[in-house]
Design a protein around this ligand. Structure first.
Ligand code: T46
Length: 133
């Protein structure tokens, strides 16, 4: 499975806490894009796609949600619920996001600019890409 949880160093003192992500260091790729997801709803699902090239780190800055990760052979569920844990997802991994807490906020660091052509949004096409060759 081409994903892992990254434990981020927390710089904390009486003023609060701070986490830093740096491309090529604790983030394993150079960061080309940052986007965030907010105003999420518990009954709504997102994702349901894979990427041919994109690598990402996803952080639940606030709240929680569940990721389903699928490499075409195995499915695993991962909860994101801490701002000091990042979910790294590599290439060719199907992802689904669900069970969002109200007001969950996700920050995502991405290795490429946005390119809709690089998405695989059909699960059968994904299975064919990863298993069918
Ligand atoms: C992913 C998960 C975690 C853009 O115009 N630029 C962007 O950088 C992104 C990410 C999206 N968009 C547009 C494309 C759609 O019209 O925003 C709209 C919503 O995107 P999407 O339905 O793909 O959102 P999610 O939450 O299903 O998936 C997103 C990312 O697209 C995806 O790469 O891994 O978050």
């Amino acid at each position: 499975m081409n994903y892992k949880i990254i434990d981020m160093k927390v710089f904390g003192d009486e003023r609060g806490k701070l986490v830093s992500l740096e491309g090529g260091m604790n983030c394993p790729f150079e960061i080309k894009r940052v986007y965030y997801i907010f105003d999420t709803m518990p009954d709504q699902e997102r994702g349901k796609h894979a990427h041919k090239e994109l690598e990402q780190i996803i952080v639940a800055i606030d709240g929680a949600c569940q990721f389903v990760l699928d490499d075409g052979k195995t499915r695993e569920e991962v909860w994101l619920n801490r701002p000091d844990k990042g979910l790294y997802i590599g290439k060719n991994m199907w992802r689904e996001m669900r069970h969002f807490s109200y007001g969950c906020k996700l920050m995502i660091l991405a290795s490429t600019h946005y390119d809709e052509k690089e998405y695989i949004r059909d699960y059968d096409v994904f299975l064919n890409e990863v298993n069918g060759k």
